[in-house]
Design a protein around this ligand. Sequence first.
Ligand code: COA
Length: 337
Amino acid sequence: MTEAAVLTGLGAYLPPRRVTNEELADRFDTTDEWITTRTGIRTRRWVDPGVCTGDLAVEAGHRALKSANIAADHTGIDALVLATTTPDHPCPGTAPDVAARLGLGSVAAFDISAVCSGFVYALETAANSILAGRSRKVLVIGAETYSTILDPTDRSTSVIFGDGAGAVVLRTGRADEPGAIAGFDLGSDGSQRELISIPAGGSRQRSAGTVPTEAEQYFTMHGRKVFVSAVQHMAASSRTLLDRVGWPVGTLNHLVGHQANIRILRAVAEHLGVPAERTVVNLDQVGNTSAASIPLALADAAAHGALSPGDRLLLTAFGGGLTWGSVAITWPGITPA
Ligand code: COA
């Protein structure tokens, strides 16, 4: 019997175009100093014209399959779950196209829409499929091209978000082996949906028959309120999960928080009592990549040799919806591609 879903492959892909704070300071009324001190972000990647989320997802997916030693014909994957806020089209989902481009055959393939918590939601969905005996191996991808939804007149969001994709492969396994997922915590609060949204383009606006302004077609965020909620919910969800799986906070080797803002990450670590050196940070290089954030942070930490087999990791995320979620997992000692 399958006891646990186990992490067995990890891949990351960033588009090549680097956008520095200095470049943004030429375009907006902002400075490198403001962005660095208020967010911790120094640079991010944005796609070139014509490149979409599915393109990044395929790259990251390929790499995760390679890292998991999946056969070159990519047989053996039973499902693809893709988390994104920036699908290639409002309809259909992006996952079936990505599955076809990866040569996965006629597998189950669908998108998850939970904004910056999307990867954690997707991981839970994939793990449940494994635990239920429906799948033996599942590819989970978080991919985003926020640069395509940012309001080009809004300095407060344009400096924060970046594009990228990260992917993992989960397989059936034992609860006591490195890489096993020990538990999840997920939550939401839809009464706060307006804190992060693209106001136009969905059935609410179309049904009302209103003509959207240009700004309403872009991503909007109430930064200060989001900041406070992010700290509260990531800390509370982390605590709930640590209690549920019986991991004292002192036994955590790494806190892998959604890479939203360095001040948010520090505050969550402080609330939990996790020392700063156990907090994984790569947002200085990539910005907030939403659903891609956690796998990109994991890949970066692994590439720097920071993760050892058996290490206890707490992944925690927060995003629009509002949504939040956490995952307790041990590090499997895989090599990311
Ligand atoms: N450059 C210079 N000034 C800026 C700016 C920029 N890029 N963006 C905003 N400001 C200004 C604001 O206009 C405001 O000016 P005012 O006081 O004259 O009105 C001032 O900075 C403070 O704005 P505020 O939004 O309160 O700043 P903040 O300290 O909260 O930082 C964010 C702004 C967006 C960085 C911060 O709120 C944040 O990180 N929020 C969470 C964002 C996030 O991670 N979201 C995703 C979570 S899933």
